[in-house]
Design a protein around this ligand. Structure first.
Ligand SMILES: Cc1ncc(COP(=O)(O)O)c(C=O)c1O
Length: 463
């Protein structure tokens, strides 16, 4: 029984040995990166927390690597180490770093044509909207600078259209810094997600929450009749990858329709499933699609798309001010530079053909990691979603966000991150996600498999 064997081996991971290995890897990390360490130490005077954005403090090793340059699937730190990048800006660089067509489009718009922020539309915008319709289905698109804003504005429109006050999300989802989404199912029911900073109101006032893959709970919560919209990733990707069970997403669509509740597919990460994300790959029919991060090749941009009937209703809703100060807006949203970058990325980089290559690389990555897990009988699993894959420290893939949260292991996370980065491979921090871009090579994948295998062997070596 491989599972039982695996569980026994898992139980035998020696935590003291793991702690010693982490100490060794921390020392190696500090020794290899004196310039990054010094830059971080010097930055505390005027940067909040010593970093441009506070989550950058969370990189394992006590300080982040400082970037010198990044091209394709590689980046170089200021100590001169070249890294194979499977983090890819946690999807912001799914097109690869600075792909040539985006470089050209950005340089052209900013330096040759001129004008990044003029409050005037450019003709690229309609091209991008048509391509997003081709990929994802919704017919009418609007632009933002981030996926967070795409979600925030989509939620506002949904509340306006339905005249209902609440939204529904899934426990341990992440949709950016959207106030309503910081809620989890605790042992006593819904509660504010631990660490929720300065919440405007208790999120249980604005939001219902259920576990992913739990249809009975969804049906029960929708029955209250106060949910404007369900905001979901078709597969959870921010608490490991939690895939929908067969028939689940179709049932979600039926239940939401029956309840008069709208459905948003947040494709920001699940875009990895193919050129039109999970929505197209799995033939889904949401009312609204939101997306951000990767669609402009790393230049800030996001978008939300509405089904035709919703677009018509919101444009003719006389009580909705969607043009002036009604709560949906952003001076720089849809700016000429972002839109030019989106067009270049969608037209020339994240093409249908590119996804075929990226997904076959992720197949290879997943097979390699699975081989290491199985040959060492580790009680871990790996889940793939198109061009992305993530391993998790439990024998079977979790069915819910709560189950996946319970499998978190911060010590193993830190060990594996430091082990790989010290040997030239950068993984996504805060979880064990790897993403392929068009510039990733099979040899990059094989290098990771070899290093991952060596990390597992050192972990299991008898004292
Ligand atoms: C599914 C999903 N939606 C939205 C966001 C928010 O993206 P951003 O922080 O770029 O606004 C994230 C960020 O990780 C995400 O994973």
């Amino acid at each position: 029984m491989p599972d039982q064997q695996a569980t026994e081996r898992g139980a035998s991971i020696d935590r003291e040995r793991l702690a010693r290995l982490i100490d060794r890897e921390r020392a190696t990390y500090a020794g290899r990166h004196p310039a990054s360490r010094a830059a971080f130490a010097a930055a505390g005077r005027n940067l909040l927390g010593g970093v441009p954005m506070t989550w950058m403090r969370m990189w394992p090793g006590g300080f982040p690597l400082y970037l010198a340059s990044a091209h394709g699937a590689r980046l170089t730190d200021i100590d001169g180490h070249e890294l194979i990048d499977f983090c890819l800006g946690d999807t912001g660089a799914m097109a690869g770093h600075s792909p040539a067509p985006v470089q050209a489009a950005v340089a052209r718009q900013y330096a040759v044509v001129g004008g990044a922020s003029t409050m005037l539309p450019t003709q690229d915008a309609a091209w991008v909207a048509a391509d997003l319709t081709r990929r994802f289905g919704p017919t009418h698109w609007s632009f933002t600078l981030t996926a967070t804003d795409a979600n925030r504005w989509a939620i506002r429109l949904a509340r306006q259209l339905t005249r209902r006050p609440k939204i529904l999300v899934f426990s341990y989802c992440y949709h950016g810094s959207v106030d309503e989404s910081f809620i989890v199912l605790g042992p006593d029911g819904p509660q504010s997600r631990p660490g929720n900073v300065g919440a405007p109101v208790d999120p249980s006032e604005t939001t219902r929450v259920v576990e992913f893959n739990d249809l009975a709970a969804l049906e029960r919560e929708l029955a209250a009749g106060d949910v404007a919209v369900v905001l979901m990733e078709p597969a959870l990707t921010n608490i490991g990858i939690v895939l929908p069970e067969p028939g689940y997403l179709d049932a979600v669509r039926e239940l939401t329709r029956a309840a008069g509740t709208l459905l948003i597919n947040d494709e920001t990460h699940t875009f990895s499933a193919g050129p039109g994300g999970c929505t197209r790959a799995w033939n889904l029919d949401p009312d609204i699609v939101t997306i951000g991060k990767s669609i402009a090749g790393g230049i800030p941009a996001g978008a939300f798309g509405l089904a035709a009937d919703l677009a018509d209703r919101i444009l003719h809703d006389e009580s909705a001010d969607i043009e002036d100060t009604g709560g949906v807006g952003g001076t720089l949203a849809g700016n000429a530079l972002s839109v030019a970058a989106m067009r270049a990325t969608l037209e020339r980089v994240l093409t249908d053909a590119a996804f075929t290559t990226m997904i076959s690389l992720a197949d290879r990555y997943t097979a390699g990691v699975r081989g290491v897990i199985e040959t060492r009988a580790l009680p871990w699993n790996i889940v793939q979603l198109g061009a992305r894959a993530e391993y998790r420290f439990c024998p079977q893939p979790p069915r819910t966000g709560g189950e996946s949260d319970a499998a978190a292991d911060l010590q193993l996370d830190e060990y594996l991150h430091l082990y790989t980065v010290n040997r030239g491979v950068l993984m996504t921090p805060f979880h064990n996600m790897a993403l392929m871009c068009p510039a990733t090579a099979e040899a990059d994948v094989d290098t990771h498999t070899q290093i991952f295998g060596a990390a597992a062997d050192e972990l299991l070596r008898q004292l």
